[in-house]
Design a protein around this ligand. Structure first.
Ligand SMILES: Cc1cc2nc3c(=O)[nH]c(=O)nc-3n(C[C@H](O)[C@H](O)[C@H](O)COP(=O)(O)OP(=O)(O)OC[C@H]3O[C@@H](n4cnc5c(N)ncnc54)[C@H](O)[C@@H]3O)c2cc1C
Length: 379
């Protein structure tokens, strides 16, 4: 990678650090965590010990300087165990905390960020509601101002780290219908009237996912992130970074499916020769490689444009679609190469097959991504 215009020696050194940590702290346990449908809370603190939680966050709150390529490297390495649920929950502050950093008051930032970045407290983002996630502007959870508090009523669903988070960045309606009436509040787990229900899912088993219920929950005005009714812009800004992260997750997971498929095709014999000796199998592998290379190149180029200060929204949307359709293809082809073995629980390929939908739908589905790209392109 020495000649890459994007990844320098410090990125590769960081890659080696994270790879060693993932091999020691996640790989040996991940099958059990997926079976038990949770990972130990102490993993947050261990991740903070090597700086994983802090990269890219402001130093004054315990963050560590790091560019978008540093974050890409973290994501790629955390995807190596092919258990996106561990990554999604361990790094849920990557979607929960940035609105606080970008728009929170100094007091709020000083109060919540250091413990989140130290792995002592967990941060989650709560936008999606039972009535729908794609049409954010129509969200229904209300926050009524009453003196120095808001009174929050409503529900959120599919919230990553939803059961055990300490700080929830929650989108609420404080004003008129539509996108101009939305605010963001930090709601703390111990608030009276705030309850949670665990969700069962197709995949991401070790990720903690919950439905949240707010019944007259009193939230101090000091916990509002930014100005009242100005939350939508913060949500949209956050979505760009989340979608870059989800695209990287899909590409990195595709690369693991490819690695697994090649290894298996070399050793599995049918009709007296290894699978890889068949042209049709080699073509599957080439096609997976081709799509992954194209998606990676698109991602790196976009990351470079974002680092240079651009906000290429249409391209971020199209990248996410490129990445998740690549994953869908690679998951299918890897499973075909594994044959019946891909249907046995506990292999990486089986897990990857179950992780396709969450990436193709979560954080903005393929349909919504195409629609937003079309509007951004003036179509
Ligand atoms: C495991 C998991 C973790 C998640 N974590 C979080 C989290 O931490 N925080 C959070 O806030 N949310 C989270 N989500 C929610 C996720 O972002 C939403 O599921 C997603 O935004 C889609 O919303 P929806 O499921 O309500 O689908 P809907 O909005 O009901 O849409 C249903 C389907 O219709 C399609 N559709 C909708 N409108 C149109 C249209 N106009 N034209 C064509 N097709 C359309 C959509 O593409 C989708 O396929 C998570 C989801 C999952 C599965």
């Amino acid at each position: 990678m020495g000649t890459s215009p994007f990844y320098r020696a410090e990125h590769e050194a960081w890659r080696a650090t994270v790879r060693r940590w993932v091999a020691a702290e996640i790989e040996p346990h991940v099958d059990a965590w997926e079976r038990e449908r949770i990972f130990p809370r102490e993993l947050y603190r261990k991740a903070a010990e090597i700086g994983l939680l802090q990269v890219g966050f402001p130093e004054e709150y315990g963050g560590i300087p790091g560019d978008i390529f540093m974050q890409t490297v973290s994501t790629e390495e955390l995807c190596r165990p092919a258990a996106g649920g561990v990554y999604a929950s361990l790094m849920s502050h990557a979607i929960g905390a940035p609105p606080i950093v970008a728009h929170g008051s100094d007091e709020l930032k000083a109060r919540v960020l250091p413990a989140i970045l130290a792995g002592e407290k967990i941060s989650a983002l709560a936008i999606t509601e039972p009535s729908g996630g794609s049409d954010v502007a129509r969200l229904q959870t209300t926050a009524r101002l009453a003196g120095d508090h808001y009174v929050v009523n409503g529900s959120k669903t599919f919230i990553t780290s939803g059961m055990r988070a300490d700080y929830y960045t929650v989108a609420v309606r404080t004003g008129a219908p539509g996108l101009g009436g939305i605010s963001l509040l930090v709601i703390e787990r111990e608030s009276p009237g705030f309850t949670r229900t665990q969700m069962e899912k197709m995949g991401w088993h070790s990720s903690d996912t919950a439905t949240l219920h707010f019944d007259d929950v009193r939230v101090p005005v000091a916990n509002r992130i930014g100005a009242e009714n100005a939350g939508f812009a913060g949500i949209m800004h956050n979505f760009n970074a989340e979608r870059m992260g989800l695209a990287t997750t899909a590409i990195a997971t595709s690369a693991i499916a490819l690695e697994e498929a090649i290894d298996y095709a070399r050793v599995r014999e049918t009709f007296g020769k290894p699978l890889i000796a068949n042209q049709v199998i080699r073509h599957k592998i080439v096609e997976m490689t081709r799509q992954i290379n194209a998606a990676r190149a698109y991602r790196d180029q976009l990351a470079w444009r974002i680092a240079a200060g651009e906000s290429p929204i249409a391209d971020v949307c199209m990248l996410k679609v490129t990445a998740t359709t690549t994953l869908e293809f690679c998951a299918r082809e890897a499973a075909q190469i594994f044959g019946g073995a891909s249907y046995a629980l506990g292999t990486k390929v089986e897990r990857i097959y179950r992780e396709v939908r969450v990436l193709a739908i979560g954080g903005g589905s393929e349909e919504i991504m195409r629609d937003l790209a079309a509007r951004q392109l003036g179509l």
